[in-house]
Design a protein around this ligand. Structure first.
Ligand SMILES: [Zn+2]
Ligand SMILES: [Zn+2]
Length: 143
C-alpha cells in the first residue's frame, strides 16, 4: 500500500523538500533528521536554557541562569530536546498543523532519548505535559 501511495503522491521532506521515497520516516529526510540541533550541556539546572559558555566554563552542573535566580519558576526542573526553531520547528509544525500524526512516534522517541540523557540520577516524581486550552484542543483535535 505504501509503495502505491509513494507512486501517486511521492513523499518529500517537510524541511528541505527532497524525496524521501523508501525512508523510514517519509516526512523527514535522514540528513534533516540527523541535523536536529539538540540542546546540550551546559544548561541551566532549573529551566534547561542552554548557556553560551563552553562546558569547562561552568563551575557546577547545578548552575542556574539569571532568570531562574531572580524569578524562580514554580517547577523544579525542565528539559527540552531542542530549541523551537529551524528543523525541529518545521517537523513539529508539520505534525501539529498538517496533522501528520506519523511524526508523533519518532518525536516521542527523541523525547525519550533526551529524558534518559538528562535524568541520570533519581527519576522525577511526576512528568507533566503542557495542556492545551479547550478551544485549541477542539480546533486541533489532539494534545
Ligand atoms: Zn530534508
Ligand atoms: Zn534557568
Amino acid at each position: 500500500m505504501r509503495k502505491l501511495l509513494d507512486f501517486i503522491l511521492p513523499p518529500h521532506c517537510c524541511v528541505c523538500e527532497t524525496s524521501t521515497a523508501g525512508a523510514s520516516i517519509p516526512w523527514v529526510c535522514r540528513a534533516c533528521w540527523d541535523d536536529i540541533p539538540y540542546i546540550k550541556p551546559p544548561v541551566c539546572y532549573q529551566c534547561g536554557e542552554p548557556f553560551a559558555a563552553p562546558p569547562e566554563g561552568i563551575a557546577s552542573p547545578l548552575h542556574r541562569c539569571e532568570t531562574c535566580l531572580s524569578h524562580p519558576p514554580v517547577f523544579a526542573r525542565a528539559r527540552a530536546v531542542g530549541l523551537y526553531h529551524g528543523i525541529l520547528q518545521h517537523i513539529i509544525h508539520t505534525m501539529k498543523y498538517r496533522s501528520v500524526y506519523g511524526l508523533t512516534h519518532p518525536l516521542a522517541q527523541l523525547l525519550q532519548h533526551q529524558f534518559a540523557a538528562c535524568w541520570t540520577e533519581a527519576a522525577p516524581d511526576v512528568l507533566v505535559p503542557v495542556p492545551l486550552h479547550r478551544r485549541r484542543l477542539w480546533q486541533r483535535e489532539f494534545d
